[in-house]
Design a protein around this ligand. Structure first.
Ligand SMILES: [Zn+2]
Ligand SMILES: [Zn+2]
Length: 330
């Protein structure tokens, strides 16, 4: 009995100490800090490209501030990665049901294949307000047809036993022009035109949020508009094709198209990005949408993160640069 009481006292003392520690560190039950930081953070939800790479989800980036999240692009996997950011990083603003605002750079399928997921999964998980989506001409057409395709699902979920919200499946799709496209108490979002091959319209976005400036051009050749949008910005999230990929004779090319001619019209190489970054002068350059593998043992001819960084350095860029990985937070 005495032993039990002693044990209980020890347990109570330890529990009190734990509570004091938890209180001092201001963390939640899962050990994460509060999710209402006034400092804007960039959360990489998908750093991949069209290749179905299990280590790199489809293109999607989130800017998170004051407990709210703003997405740029919704490639395949976006909602799963958002859920992972909640579980693994404690970023509750990315709880899918909390995502209400998204921007799309262009309508290529690798950037929009997660759109039905972004519309419907958060609704099924409890979102009760329409999703606000901003993007180039064509986003309304795409939105209307996705909603039409899921008409039966919407009917059954709202009128049947599931009692889903009658508003949460709706989308307000806004077709934008260059300039300020969105403003609330947390962020001002400015769109700028990018150049992406045969796409008539594509836009990059600059976020000014909580004293930080974050520029996300999406897929594009190097443009003066990107340099001007950044102009010493805090974070520039940019694509870069490796020269190793472009020059690799082992590279699979099932469509047999002229990759170098295509890349010159649609994308940015490491050498071009080094030149661009020297002029744009970001405090941090994050590389995404790259033709790299995180499993070099399985794909010995593919570029690696080290190849990517080496090419940028060799091309003369000496600013701070990192290879973005899914769920990295900057
Ligand atoms: Zn893309
Ligand atoms: Zn694209």
């Amino acid at each position: 009995m005495i032993k039990d009481v002693t044990g209980w006292i020890k347990y109570a003392a330890a529990a009190a100490m734990m509570l004091a520690l938890v209180g001092a560190a201001a963390v939640d039950a899962a050990g994460f800090p509060p999710d209402a930081e006034p400092e804007a953070r960039v959360v990489l939800l998908g750093t991949g490209n069209p290749k179905p790479d299990p280590d790199r989800s489809g293109p999607a980036t989130a800017v998170v501030i004051n407990g709210s999240a703003y997405l740029v692009d919704f490639g395949p996997g976006v909602v799963r990665r958002a859920a992972a950011a909640v579980l693994d990083k404690g970023i509750r603003a990315l709880d899918p049901a909390n995502i209400r605002v998204a921007f799309v750079t262009h309508l290529h399928s690798d950037h929009t294949a997660g759109y039905p997921d972004l519309i419907f999964t958060p609704w099924v998980m409890g979102r009760s307000e329409p999703l606000e989506v901003y993007g180039p001409k064509g986003i309304k057409w795409m939105t209307d047809r996705i909603l039409e395709a899921y008409r039966e699902d919407i009917k059954i979920r709202t009128e049947g036993m599931e009692h889903a919200s009658k508003e949460g499946w709706k989308v307000n799709a806004h077709e934008i022009h260059a300039g300020v496209v969105y403003k609330d108490e947390n962020v001002t979002v400015t769109a700028f035109p990018t150049k992406h091959g045969e796409w008539k319209e594509s836009y990059g976005y600059r976020f000014d949020a909580g004293g930080r400036s974050i520029v996300i051009p999406g897929d594009t050749t190097p443009t003066q508009a990107t340099i001007d949008a950044c102009n010493g910005c805090d974070v520039l999230v940019h694509e870069a094709l490796t020269m190793k990929f472009l020059n690799n004779p082992m590279r699979p090319n099932p469509q047999g198209f002229d990759l170098k001619a295509y890349a010159a019209k649609y994308h940015t190489t490491t050498v071009q990005l080094a030149e661009l970054a020297k002029k744009a002068k970001p405090h941090l350059l994050i590389l995404v949408h790259n033709p790299i593998t995180l499993r070099p043992g399985r794909r010995p001819f593919a570029s690696t993160p080290e190849d990517l960084l080496r090419e940028i350095r060799d091309a003369g860029y000496h600013g701070k640069v990192v290879v973005g990985r899914d769920l990295d937070v900057y």
